[in-house]
Each structure stands twice: as structure tokens, then as C-alpha cells.
Write a protein that binds this ligand. Structure first.
Ligand code: SF4
Ligand code: SF4
Length: 207
């Protein structure tokens, strides 16, 4: 007489039916395949969609999430919005290339609009990264489309307002003096005076 386990296929053979039944009982208790099948949960039916569920907000991103280190990474969001709340991108597929001669237009605040900001620093458009970056800053302003990155302003500043910001792909220079600490400016005018192409303009507070 024989018994074949329906779960694992093990063949049990014995001439005595009672003994074979005992062997079967022992095997059923030890059969790993049978125990695994018992432990496997029954798949749940998919849940029906809940009416009036809120839509996904996957496109929502706060400015702080889009902001990144100036020396290593740049954000990839560049869409503009009124009020300059958008984080400016230094990378992109822009086709405008702006390499212009100085000096900076001292009247630019009446002619341009704030397109966005980068780590809290205002950026006055037009901006079409990577080749056109506009004018950056509020009191300490630099026309990035003129700047040739000789570093004179960074060396001249006694209070370390600037740090280098990589701007790969810009035709005038691939790094710019980022006025990240413009709130520390003491209005000594040193940077404005030393800039060879005259692309720096310092505004006293309220100007
Ligand atoms: S005006 Fe003077 S303190 Fe202000 S950013 Fe220029 S060099 Fe620095
Ligand atoms: S001095 Fe003028 S050209 Fe030189 S890095 Fe500063 S802003 Fe650019």
C-alpha cells in the first residue's frame, strides 16, 4: 500500500495499512510544503475607490525643497510665478545666450521684474538658464550676464558677502559671485569700484 502527499509528492509505502496511516499522520505534521500552504494568507480583494477622495498633490513642491547648495547642486524647477516665489534654476534647456558688455543698468529695477529667487536672493529677469541669468540681488546686485568671474569683488569685500556659484553653460563665465550674505553689506562700495566690466551696483537700503 502507498500514499502520495498531495502537497509535496512524497511517496510513503508500507504493507500494513495502520502503519501507513501513522506514517501519513506524521508526514502531514512535518510536511513543510503543506505547512507553508496553510500559513499563506488569502489574497484580499482590491478595495473599491472611495468617492470624493482627494486628488494627488504629487506636483506640489515647496521652495525649500527645490533649493540646493550653490556650489554643488542646482534645482531643476524654473517655471516663473508672480511675486518672485519661484526658485531659479541654473540648469535647463534655454536657447537664449546673454553675454553683454557692462556697465550694469542702474535703472534696472524700474525696467525688470523679479522672476524668482535663489536661496532667498532675488533674481531679476529675463532668465533662460543656462545661458541667460539676469541680475541678482536687492542691495548688492550683480548682472550675471556681464560678469566675467575675475573675482575682484569677492577679494575686495571686507565682510565676505559673496561666494562663488557655479553657472555651467553661461557664455560670459561659468561661475558668478553669489551675494548670499548681502544682509551683511556695509555699503563700502569696494566691490562696485573694482569690478572691471562694472556689473556690480550697490543700493543703500530703501533704494
Ligand atoms: S559694498 Fe562693500 S560690503 Fe557691500 S558687498 Fe560690496 S564690498 Fe562687500
Ligand atoms: S568683479 Fe565684477 S566681473 Fe569680477 S567677479 Fe565680481 S562681478 Fe564678476
Amino acid at each position: 500500500m502507498e500514499y502520495i502527499c498531495e502537497s509535496c509528492g512524497t511517496l510513503l509505502i508500507h504493507s500494513n495499512q495502520i502503519t501507513l496511516d501513522s506514517m501519513k499522520d506524521v508526514h502531514d505534521q512535518l510536511c513543510s510544503v503543506k505547512r507553508q500552504n496553510i500559513a499563506t494568507p488569502i489574497p484580499q480583494a482590491p478595495q473599491k475607490a472611495i468617492p470624493n477622495a482627494q486628488p494627488s498633490l504629487s506636483n506640489t513642491q515647496s521652495p525649500s525643497q527645490a533649493t540646493s547648495s550653490p556650489s554643488s547642486q542646482q534645482s531643476t524647477t524654473a517655471a516663473s510665478s508672480p511675486g518672485g516665489q519661484t526658485t531659479i534654476s541654473l540648469t535647463g534647456n534655454g536657447t537664449s545666450y546673454s553675454k553683454i558688455e557692462g556697465p550694469i543698468d542702474p535703472e534696472f529695477k524700474t525696467k525688470r521684474q523679479v522672476t524668482g529667487s535663489f536661496q532667498g536672493i532675488k533674481v531679476w529677469g529675463p532668465v533662460d538658464a543656462p545661458g541667460q541669468l539676469g541680475i541678482w540681488g536687492t542691495e548688492v546686485t550683480v548682472d550675471f550676464d556681464i560678469c566675467v568671474a575675475d573675482g575682484a569683488c569677492i577679494e575686495a569685500c571686507p565682510v565676505n558677502v559673496y561666494e562663488w556659484l557655479d553657472t555651467p553653460g553661461h557664455p560670459a563665465s561659468e561661475k558668478k559671485p553669489f551675494m548670499i550674505r548681502e544682509k551683511d553689506c556695509i555699503f563700502c562700495m569696494a566691490c562696485e569700484n573694482v569690478c572691471p566690466p562694472q556689473c556690480v551696483k550697490i543700493f543703500q537700503k530703501g533704494q
